[in-house]
Design a protein around this ligand. Structure first.
Ligand code: 6PG
Length: 248
């Protein structure tokens, strides 16, 4: 189903189908690029199953690990040993076993504060990209994974926060989160997340249905503002699918 703003919604049966569909789309994006690939991962619980799939056959053998680079769209400002650290979760689920260390790009949560960590990550992204400004004809990422929180946040872009309006900085520090875990965050900004061939939201479970209904109804929420310069795909399982999208 294609919304009139070019976002596409793909409905699947359940969480297993959701993770499989996400893995297939990610692999297709990787296969489309015979050069160096950049994937921006996300945190939270939604992508965990996808990460585990990527680390196992038949998916693992289809990833050219040597030329795929893994970034993170937002991070909780906690040590890398803390179970709330997003990149730690991705490492445990698949990266540590599969990806060369030099291809894993975590945020520096050991920096003095989230602003310093944001500056460092911005410098790392610019150096990887090879330029200080984004060229719409040459997206930074092949794919950007996203989730949606109960308040409509995505990455660590919370409703009403100044980070949402940022157009210059690539990465910003967020002193206070709006939802659990209530720790400072570091997040990529909307224009940088948009610089991708495909933005892929994974939304599963009945708990997500209320917020997804609001986002798809066009309410001004961060997850609704997050749109790729390329394709934006919302992968949604049956339990999360809003009432008015059922049976379409
Ligand atoms: C984070 C995330 C965040 C997440 C949503 C959904 O660090 O918390 O990156 O944006 O994607 O909060 O989280 P769940 O998948 O846990 O519902």
């Amino acid at each position: 189903m294609v919304l009139n703003d070019n976002r596409r919604i793909i409905a699947v049966a359940d969480p297993v189908a959701l993770a499989k569909a996400a893995a297939e789309r990610l692999l297709a994006r990787i296969a489309n690029n015979s050069d160096r690939v950049a994937i921006c991962l996300t945190g939270g619980s939604s992508p965990k199953q996808l990460y585990e799939l990527l680390g196992h056959e038949p998916y693992r053998g289809q990833v050219p690990w040597d030329r795929v680079h893994w970034f993170i769209g937002d991070e909780r400002f906690v040590p890398t040993t803390d179970s709330r650290n997003n990149m730690r979760m991705a490492r445990q689920a698949f990266l540590s076993r599969c990806a060369p260390l030099v291809n894993i790009h975590p945020m520096a949560t050991g920096a003095a504060d989230p602003v310093e960590a944001a500056h460092r990550y911005e410098a790392e992204l610019k150096s990887f990209y090879g330029a200080d400004s984004l060229d719409p004809a040459r997206p930074l990422f092949d794919a950007v994974l996203m989730g949606v929180g109960p308040d409509g946040h995505t990455a660590s872009l919370f409703p009403g926060y100044p980070a949402l309006a940022e157009t210059e900085r690539w990465v910003v520090g967020v002193p206070r989160a709006h939802v659990e875990p209530l720790v400072p965050r570091v997040t990529l900004t909307l224009p940088v997340l948009a610089s991708c061939h495909e933005m892929l939201f994974e939304v599963g479970g009945a708990d997500k249905r209320a917020i997804l209904t609001r986002v798809l109804a066009g309410e001004d929420l961060p997850a609704g503002r997050a749109v790729s310069a390329g394709e934006t795909t919302w992968l949604v399982d049956r339990a999360a699918l809003p009432e008015n999208y059922r049976g379409r």
